[in-house]
Ligand binder design. Structure first.
Ligand SMILES: [Fe+2]
Length: 129
């Protein structure tokens, strides 16, 4: 699988999971987590189009990226935070790997994605109970 396509799929999955947790989170910190997950899924969703268009600019077609993604909507808030943090840690590693074999303009885009995921990760970790 082309490496940028892998980043697109990971980004898409993370947006879906973050939005699902936005809907399903419960508990005493409901409002702040509901809002934080909203801000994060919107930012992540907005990047999907940019990544997909970069794939087109580089000459490849973009296949369907919908997958059967397993999301547990019944997690405790602390487990939602940790689950998302793990996904951000993983996508950061994957992006750093893809950067090694990318052109300068793609690297610029990927650096923007790294900065965004690092910031989301900071917010998530800072919310751990
Ligand atoms: Fe909403």
């Amino acid at each position: 699988m082309p490496k940028l396509l892998n980043i697109l799929i990971l980004t898409h999955n993370l947006a879906l999971k973050t939005q699902n947790f936005h809907w399903n989170v419960q508990g005493s910190n409901f409002y702040s987590l509901h809002k934080m997950f909203e801000e994060q899924y919107e930012e992540i969703s907005n990047s999907i189009d940019e990544i997909a268009e970069r794939i087109r600019i580089l000459g490849d077609k973009v296949p369907s990226i919908s997958q059967n993604l397993e999301i547990n909507p019944n997690l405790l808030p602390s487990d939602m935070l940790k689950n998302l943090a793990l996904d951000h840690e993983n996508i950061i590693l994957q992006i750093e790997d893809v950067k090694k074999s990318s052109d300068d303009v793609t690297v610029d885009m990927l650096n923007e994605r790294l900065a965004a995921h690092q910031k989301h990760l900071w917010f998530l970790r800072s919310s751990f109970a």
